[in-house]
Design a protein around this ligand. Structure first.
Ligand SMILES: Cc1cc2nc3c(=O)[nH]c(=O)nc-3n(C[C@H](O)[C@H](O)[C@H](O)COP(=O)(O)OP(=O)(O)OC[C@H]3O[C@@H](n4cnc5c(N)ncnc54)[C@H](O)[C@@H]3O)c2cc1C
Length: 458
């Protein structure tokens, strides 16, 4: 295959597109960066700045042993523009890295505008460009681009909202109150179930009806689909609606009489394995818009979940993303059209940090390809690699976006005490990342092009 030296076309200059453009340009690859704002607005962005943060101003934990802290350090290892701009515009936020959003976006915009290898075009891209392309158009991808992607992948593989069920750490559950089974015994005993008696269900329902709910943004008003309603909305429709929906008790009999005198539960909550390591379970069908402290309070009323630790709480929000396990390979290329790469939230990662990280990874791979070097994927044991692992190895039939977390990483070898686990993950990641960087020096090392911004280049 002839390797093109034409500029890479990047669609969208949000967190992923901006990082990707900078990384490519710093390594000598010229880029045309297309951003439709301010000419065409999205429902959430307010400015024409590149890398605008649409909501919170936090890039999550900066603790080096937290998965988000590890991801930051790995990005810094490759001279990340997003992380260096965040550090320069940081505001006090405890152990999190939070920023002054205007200064942050100005730093990113300034670095890209000043870069000799980056051309910024303020236009909406309505069809997929030819040649090397990175689609980084984000959760609010314009309609025309969404249609172009749907035409390529099939409409059923492009989603427009997240209905995220809460996820709990499995070792925080009281197993004596729970039982493994599948409905009507079909398949393996794949679900961990909690049985509620009439009284427990009544109390749970009452708490749901009283809980505080997040208000909807104007552009989210048509968000709910009948097949995917939040549990509190189901509760409002009638006292038994949940028992005919996600809390249906049929086909599931606890192994011994629990709360119910005749062993037929009044309602059931099902939990399904969420990650490959089986350390996380999701509460099936429990998407919710309750405020987060309320979710914790209400969900801990479920038998067995009294002490539950939550990895993620329920959400429903607007989001455009593809079924990556079906369509992406570990280099973020579309299997049906390999010159098209995807980066950012549209791949099914969740969050500012994770979006930027995928933009960085795409740029490393593209640089290697332009240099004629056959790349190995970033190891799954690193935070950068674990994101790709989620996108390529998750079960495609219930794929949902994810933040970086240790549940996405391969298991640690041998038995590691709980309090040592985070340190072990970070130590293993550091060794494996250095090994990868060593084997791919050309992408990592300085390029013939002069450095525009003094970013760390290794
Ligand atoms: C309402 C909302 C709130 C969120 N809040 C948070 C939060 O608080 N914390 C968090 O970590 N994550 C949050 N997210 C999720 C996500 O992390 C961010 O949206 C993040 O900005 C995603 O990065 P990205 O680069 O993929 O997309 P974006 O940062 O959105 O960048 C995509 C860019 O592409 C442009 N674009 C779209 N279509 C086209 C086109 N056809 N041609 C040219 N340009 C185009 C857009 O204008 C935009 O600038 C939120 C998402 C939404 C929708």
């Amino acid at each position: 295959m002839t390797v093109s030296q034409k500029p890479v076309q990047i669609v969208g200059a949000g967190l992923a597109g901006a990082e990707c453009a900078f990384q490519l340009a710093e390594r000598g690859v010229s880029v045309v960066l297309h951003e439709m704002r301010p000419v065409k607005k999205t429902p959430a962005h307010k400015t024409g700045d590149l890398a605008e943060l649409v909501c919170s101003n936090s890039l999550r934990s900066d603790d080096p042993h937290h998965a988000a802290g590890l991801l930051k350090r790995e990005m810094e290892r490759f001279g990340s523009l997003i992380i260096s701009s965040a550090r320069r515009s940081a505001v006090p936020a405890g152990s999190a890295l939070a920023v002054d959003r205007e200064r942050f976006a100005a730093a990113v915009t300034g670095a890209l505008e000043a870069h000799p290898l980056v051309e910024i075009h303020r236009n909406e891209v309505r069809t997929l460009p030819e040649g090397d392309v990175v689609i980084a158009s984000g959760p609010l991808t314009s309609k025309a681009m969404s249609n172009a992607i749907a035409d390529l992948l099939g409409g059923e593989h492009l989603y427009f909202y997240d209905a995220i069920a809460p996820i709990v750490e499995s070792d925080s559950l009281n197993r004596s109150k729970l039982f493994w089974a599948s409905r009507y015994g079909k398949g393996g005993a794949d679900y961990l179930n909690s049985a509620l008696d009439r009284e427990q269900y009544g109390a749970f329902l009452a708490a749901l009806l009283e809980a505080e709910i997040l208000p909807l943004h104007e552009f989210e008003k048509n968000l709910f689909f009948e097949g995917c309603l939040p549990i509190e909305e189901l509760a409002r429709r009638g006292p038994d609606t949940l028992r005919f929906g996600p809390m249906k008790p049929v086909g599931l009999t606890p192994p011994s009489p629990t709360q119910s005198e005749d062993r037929v539960p009044y309602a059931i909550v099902q939990m399904r394995q969420e990650n490959l390591a089986k350390s996380h379970l999701n509460l099936v069908g429990f998407q919710s818009r309750m405020k987060w402290p309320e979710q914790k309070r209400v969900l801990r009323m479920i038998p067995g979940l009294e002490q539950a630790r939550f990895v993620r709480l329920g959400q429903i929000h607007r989001n455009t993303f593809i079924n990556s396990p079906v369509h992406l390979n570990a280099f973020y290329r579309l299997k049906v059209r390999p010159l098209v790469r995807l980066a950012g939230q549209i791949t099914g990662v969740e969050g500012y940090l994770e979006s930027a990280a995928t933009g960085l990874a795409v740029a490393l791979y593209l640089t290697l390809e332009r240099q004629g070097v056959e790349a190995a994927p970033l190891p799954f044991s690193t935070a950068l690699g674990a994101l790709a692992r989620h996108l390529t190895e998750s079960n495609s039939s219930h794929f949902q976006p994810a933040n970086i977390n240790y549940g996405l990483f391969p298991d640690l070898a041998g038995r590691v005490r709980k309090r040592d686990r985070r340190r072990s993950y970070t130590e293993r990641a550091a060794v494996d990342l250095e090994d990868w960087a060593h084997r791919h020096q050309t992408a990592v090392a300085a390029t013939p092009a002069p450095l525009a911004s003094g970013a760390a280049v290794l």
